[in-house]
Design a protein around this ligand. Structure first.
Ligand code: UGA
Length: 308
């Protein structure tokens, strides 16, 4: 099988590329190295893939490289401008360009490309603050961040290219992913580094907000399951299977490292939802999705990686 992975140098994209290569696939990866975080980190994410004979890397914007689709069976559209809290104000143009326009161009290119599956990386942030948990796919999405709006627009674009042109899309709503190569702006990366280095942790709001944290290898497995499945035009939640508050996370990190965290409470951040928790029964039933790494084990592995 030949796959195209957009955002191949990013956190999730690079983990997916490595898995596909290890399973014997041919992979074309494209990445334009947006400046949201250091290029050197993304380059190191790609290090092992670049030495693999079945990997072709293209440095550039998807919008200019839709011709890469030639012969691809699966398209994994992981490229995006990430970051819930950074999506306000003038920055929104970066989100509309990278999350909406780029998705539309790629879907347009897929109309006649004969691909077998287009897997879109969506986000739990499309739900906003819901009145009842867990979050289910048939709830009415009401994002509360510009980022969430841009990811929801991408989902809608996927659906309409399926409905009108039969592009075989599946959208996967990721719930706060962590693990090897996690972006440096995300909570676990910041918290673990601060505890290891004796730095300060800034907790937004009262720390009682909760997340359904999901280990990256489970997200990678779900992408491949979605590509292999018969599902088309569908949306799936991908959570890790538990819900824990930010304050509780700090306690787990303290226990696992044997170090005390230096915590300061900062103001609530606009765009942050209060709670997330995924109902994953649809992904379990249709895709065979079954998250394998629980929060304590995942954090233990993550701490081990950061301490190296
Ligand atoms: C994450 C990703 O960054 C999004 O790209 C993704 O779409 C989203 O998950 C999702 O699941 O939809 P977020 O949940 O904000 O967004 O992930 P973290 O940055 O790991 O934050 C988790 C929690 O920790 C949030 O409540 C946040 O406010 C809090 N936090 C984060 C802090 O208290 N302090 C920090 O320094 C960073």
């Amino acid at each position: 099988m030949k796959s195209l992975v957009t955002g191949c140098a990013g956190f999730i994209g690079s983990n997916l590329v490595d898995r596909l290569l290890s399973e014997g696939h041919d992979v074309v990866g494209v990445d334009c190295f947006t400046d949201y975080y250091a290029r050197s980190l993304k380059e190191s994410n790609l290090k092992s893939a670049l030495s693999h004979e079945n990997f072709t890397f293209v440095d550039g914007d998807i919008i200019d490289h839709c011709n890469l689709l030639g012969g691809a069976h699966w398209v994994f559209h992981q490229a995006a401008q990430a970051g819930v809290r950074a999506s306000w104000g003038d920055s929104f143009k970066i989100y509309t360009d990278n999350n909406i326009l780029a998705t539309q161009r790629l879907l347009e290119a897929c109309r006649d490309a004969g691909i077998k599956k287009f897997v879109y990386a969506s986000s739990s942030s499309i739900y906003g603050d819901v009145s009842t948990l867990p979050m289910k796919e048939d709830m009415s999405p009401r994002p509360i961040s510009p980022y969430g709006v841009s990811k929801l627009a991408g989902e809608h674009l996927c659906y309409l290219y399926w409905k009108n042109f039969g592009v075989p899309v599946v959208s996967l709503r990721y719930f706060t992913v962590y693990g090897p190569r996690q972006r440096p702006d995300m909570a676990f990366h910041r918290f673990v580094r601060a505890v290891m280095d004796g730095g300060e942790i800034s907790i937004y709001g009262d720390g009682n907000q909760t997340r359904d944290f999901t280990y990256v290898s489970d997200i990678v497995s779900a992408n491949i399951l979605a590509a292999e499945s018969d599902a088309k035009g569908e949306v799936y939640n991908l959570g890790g299977g538990s819900r824990i508050s930010v304050n509780q996370i700090i306690k787990v990190i303290e226990t696992l490292t044997g170090k005390k965290a230096d915590v300061q409470y900062a103001g609530e951040q606009k765009g942050d939802v209060r709670d997330t928790y995924a109902d994953i029964s649809k992904a379990q039933a249709d895709l065979g999705y079954a998250p394998e790494v629980g929060i304590e084990e995942g954090l233990r592995r993550f701490i081990e990686l950061i301490s190296k």
